[in-house]
Design a protein around this ligand. Structure first.
Ligand SMILES: [Zn+2]
Length: 69
């Protein structure tokens, strides 16, 4: 797949964390996303099935990352 921003070829890798990864509408620097209000969360990206990370595609040219949530 080509990068939608610069047309370079994308590479495959993982976005990995020792905790859960969340997609949120704002940051929760003190309490963290796990106990943030439900309205602030778009998705939790990984769970037991995905393990420590999710597959992503990255562009080495413009340093953007694309992933499905
Ligand atoms: Zn790019």
């Amino acid at each position: 797949m080509k990068c939608p921003f610069c047309e370079s070829e994308l590479g495959n890798c993982y976005l990995e964390s020792s905790g859960f990864l969340y997609l949120t509408t704002k940051l929760h620097p003190f309490a963290g996303p796990q106990i943030a209000p439900k309205k602030d969360k778009i998705a939790r990206l990984n769970g037991r099935k995905e393990g420590t990370g999710i597959p992503v595609q990255y562009c080495p040219a413009c340093r953007k990352v694309i992933f499905r949530y």
